[in-house]
Design a protein around this ligand. Structure first.
Ligand code: HEC
Length: 109
């Protein structure tokens, strides 16, 4: 019985160890890309979606559609400088940088 409990403990330790290893290798790679995307989506939601939902619903940005529209976002915001439309709607330098970093990362991949 004692042996059984002992081996059970060893197994448990081994299991939690491998589990942890798996988790940390995951955290090293994915999150930076994900959090950049979430930050970029926040910029799009705060500066683009309100107007787009009324005036240009085909270009409503979500986690799914933003990837698809990356080239258009790049064109309208960074090449032509047309978006966000309207004199009052401006991106702060921080927001613009966040969006630029995400566009750059996305266009490379
Ligand atoms: C005040 C309203 C408004 C805001 C804010 C706005 N848009 Fe637009 N957007 C439009 C309208 C209207 C169009 C349709 C084309 C036009 O009239 O210029 C459009 C078109 C687009 C298009 C498609 C261009 C094409 O080829 O038809 C993209 C991409 C786009 N917007 C991106 C953005 C992004 C990114 C933001 C935020 C940083 C943004 N827009 C903010 C109104 C807006």
């Amino acid at each position: 019985m004692r042996f059984f409990i002992f081996s059970f403990c060893i197994l448990l330790m081994l299991f939690s160890f491998t589990q942890k290893n798996f988790d940390s290798s995951y955290t090293v790679y994915q999150p930076s890309a994900d959090s950049l995307k979430i930050a970029a989506l926040t910029v799009l939601e705060n500066n683009c979606n309100e107007c787009h939902s009324k005036k240009k619903p085909a270009y409503y940005f979500t986690t799914k559609t933003m990837d698809y529209f990356v080239a258009d976002i790049n064109k309208e915001v960074f090449i032509k400088g047309k978006m966000p439309k309207g004199k009052k709607n401006k991106l702060t330098p921080e927001d613009k940088e966040t969006l630029r970093l995400w566009v750059e990362q996305k266009m490379k991949s």
